[in-house]
Design a protein. Structure first.
Length: 71
């Protein structure tokens, strides 16, 4: 099986055929990977927010109508 051309269904079928211990390890690996990705995304958002604040382009409001318009 060519590792670079495995489609999602094949990957899922292969995962289901693994022993329980291997599936649990795979689950742990995926959870850690997802957490790392989320941390990276949060870091990027923080940096972008700090840059926007420094540039004066970050806007604040306590008015719900204004907040909806800003989104």
């Amino acid at each position: 099986m060519d590792e670079l051309n495995v489609d999602f269904n094949t990957l899922v079928d292969t995962m289901y055929s693994l022993p329980l211990e291997d599936r649990l390890e795979l689950k742990e690996l995926l959870e850690h990977n997802i957490a790392d990705s989320r941390r990276d995304e949060i870091t990027k958002n923080i940096k972008a927010s700090k840059k926007a604040l420094k540039n004066g382009s970050l806007k604040f409001s306590s008015d719900i109508t204004e907040l909806k318009r800003m989104v």
